[in-house]
Write a protein that binds this ligand. Structure first.
Ligand code: NAP
Length: 352
């Protein structure tokens, strides 16, 4: 493997490797060789790798822990920057809350642990979500009724068109269910840091069945630490650890449908779980649809399966190819479409 030394602007040499395998940089363990690959540890590195990609006339792809990314197996004509720019600091300290800035290369769960250690509430329901802070706004991570956007103040990005660092406020991020402006503009925006507003008040127990059951019968309000502990325990029972079983978390999004469409579904399947989103739209549980047609735990070819405890999670044995995953996705979505006339959408980002 050849490597080049790229002189970044602050005069530190940034190593750029050529033809570097990405397989170990995605949690599904899928991915071919990137034409060029470098590690980002500062704002200067971001500028340097952007300029390098521009000089090579190649698109730039930023990777965190690759927990929500599926990369094709064949050579990838791109410059890949692995985001390892870390740091957490308090920007403003108010009476009831704090503004906390966390850099893109921090592990998301380390940030949650930091917040809980400092007695700041707001993101404890997002405990144990794999991946980096930088990836969190891209898909507006969510769990147990809490989304990143509920606490977000702004996102600092490097705008590769303007070639400058800018802050995008909450409105400008166009957050939606597992979606944001960043998801459809991966080449334009490089997430540098996020600023969250965290509360100094005691947290509420998330209104989800599993968390309510965990604390059932308890007379006193649980502490922030015990809510985090509950979420970590619940998740570890239901979700495979990507460092042991390759997976990318939820592989399908829960469909959000017009209420008339859901009424039709409920006429046929009154037992189908559903959750009101607003006056017009209702969310249904994609996992229920998958289970209903008997696909939970099912294998697709030799290397891919749906997890036995969570039908939304596609797992591999570490030997799967991009094609194997595509075939499994096609089979599942076609069967769901045929049975329910509902189109399932994938949650991870596909890089071709
Ligand atoms: P669960 O609690 O068994 O619930 C099944 C589904 O029903 C979830 O997908 C959830 O939607 C929905 N749901 C349940 N109670 C709800 C309520 N009170 N209000 C609105 N929607 C409700 O789900 P799980 O598989 O064990 O996952 C627990 C949480 O972790 C979920 O929020 C899930 O999204 C999150 N999670 C996220 C990922 C990821 O990769 N993004 C992976 C695993 C789990 P929502 O998914 O919209 O919450």
């Amino acid at each position: 493997m050849a490597y080049l030394m790229l002189k970044s602007i602050h005069n530190k040499n940034m190593e750029i490797l050529e033809d570097h395998s990405l397989k170990d940089f995605t949690s599904l363990r899928v991915g071919g060789n990137a034409r060029y690959f470098g590690i980002i540890q500062s704002e200067k590195d971001i500028e340097a790798i952007h300029k390098f990609a521009k000089s090579k006339i190649l698109p730039l792809l930023i990777l965190g822990k690759g927990t929500n990314t599926i990369i094709k197996d064949s050579p990838l004509p791109r410059v890949v920057g692995l985001m390892e720019f870390t740091g957490i600091n308090i920007k403003n300290d108010f009476e009831d809350s704090v503004y906390v800035e966390a850099y893109a290369g921090e592990l998301w769960d380390d940030l949650v642990q930091w917040a809980v250690d400092h007695e700041y509430s707001g993101i404890e329901a997002l405990s144990a979500i794999p991946g980096t802070v930088g990836a969190a706004p891209i898909q507006n991570i969510g769990a147990y009724g809490c989304e990143l956007s509920d606490n977000l103040v702004n996102v600092k990005v490097y705008d590769t068109d303007l070639e400058e660092f800018v802050f995008l406020g909450l409105e400008e991020c166009h957050f939606n269910y597992r979606d944001s402006i960043f998801k459809s503009n991966l080449e334009k925006y490089i997430v540098v840091s996020i600023t969250l507003e965290l509360s100094k008040n005691k947290p509420e127990i998330p209104q989800y069945k599993d968390t309510q059951l965990y604390f059932a019968g308890r007379k006193t309000r649980p502490s922030l630490k015990s809510i985090r502990k509950a979420i970590v325990e619940i998740r570890s029972k239901k979700l495979p650890d990507p460092s042991v079983v390759p997976n990318a978390g939820s592989f399908f999004k829960n469909p959000i449908l017009e209420k008339e469409v859901v009424a039709e579904l409920l006429r046929k399947y009154p037992e189908a779980p559903y959750f009101k989103v607003n006056d017009e739209q209702i969310k249904i549980y994609a996992g229920w649809l998958i289970e209903k047609i008997g696909l939970k735990g099912k294998t697709f070819g030799e290397n891919v399966a749906l997890h036995k405890n969570n039908s939304l999670v596609l797992i591999t044995n570490g030997n799967a190819t991009f094609k194997d995953i595509g075939k499994a996705k096609k089979e599942i979505t076609e069967l769901i479409k045929k049975k329910f006339d509902i189109t399932l959408e994938m949650e991870p980002i596909v890089i071709k």
